[in-house]
Design a protein around this ligand. Structure first.
Ligand code: DQA
Length: 149
């Protein structure tokens, strides 16, 4: 049984730490990856951690996850609000899906209130800062272990 979780990041998240720090904070994506790797080893999970500014790459990683992964933690960034194609891809994946947003999208502009990805996500974390990734990974692990209450 796979214990692999893909952690996927959409557009502009490569600039985390530099981009609008008043909204997204000062932690970089490399810091987030290091934190997720440490937590994964504690939880005896494996992770693949990716970021892309290209929608098709996110879709291709979801297709790859179909072959070898038990879970996906995804911050689709702006694709959250626009991408039916990412929703369709996630609907082909049978494992746990956790959607993460660093900011509380519901406190922000109305166009951020709708998420295509939430139609598939088993859980959604928003507004917990970059800590949301670790929370999402922990939850994915609990679902994989059949221990999600
Ligand atoms: C985001 C929220 C999105 O609305 C935005 O487009 C992002 C980041 C977040 O993590 O808070 O790029 O997903």
């Amino acid at each position: 049984m796979s214990r692999l979780v893909y952690i996927l990041n959409g557009p502009n998240l490569n600039l985390l730490g530099k981009r609008q720090p008043e909204i997204y904070g000062h932690v970089t994506l490399a810091d987030v990856e290091a934190e997720c790797r440490a937590l994964a080893s504690e939880l005896k999970l494996e992770i693949k951690f990716y970021q892309s500014n290209r929608e098709y790459e996110v879709i291709d990683w979801i297709h790859a996850a179909r072959e070898d992964a038990a879970g996906i933690v995804i911050n689709p960034a702006a694709f959250t609000h626009t991408s039916l194609a990412i929703l369709d891809a996630l609907n082909t994946f049978e494992g746990a899906v956790i959607e993460v947003h660093i900011s509380n999208v519901h406190k922000r502009e109305a166009f951020r209130h709708h998420s295509y990805v939430s139609l598939r996500a088993d859980g959604v974390i928003a507004g917990c800062g970059t800590q949301g990734y670790a929370l999402g990974l922990r939850r994915a692990g609990q679902i994989i272990d059949g221990k999600a209450a």
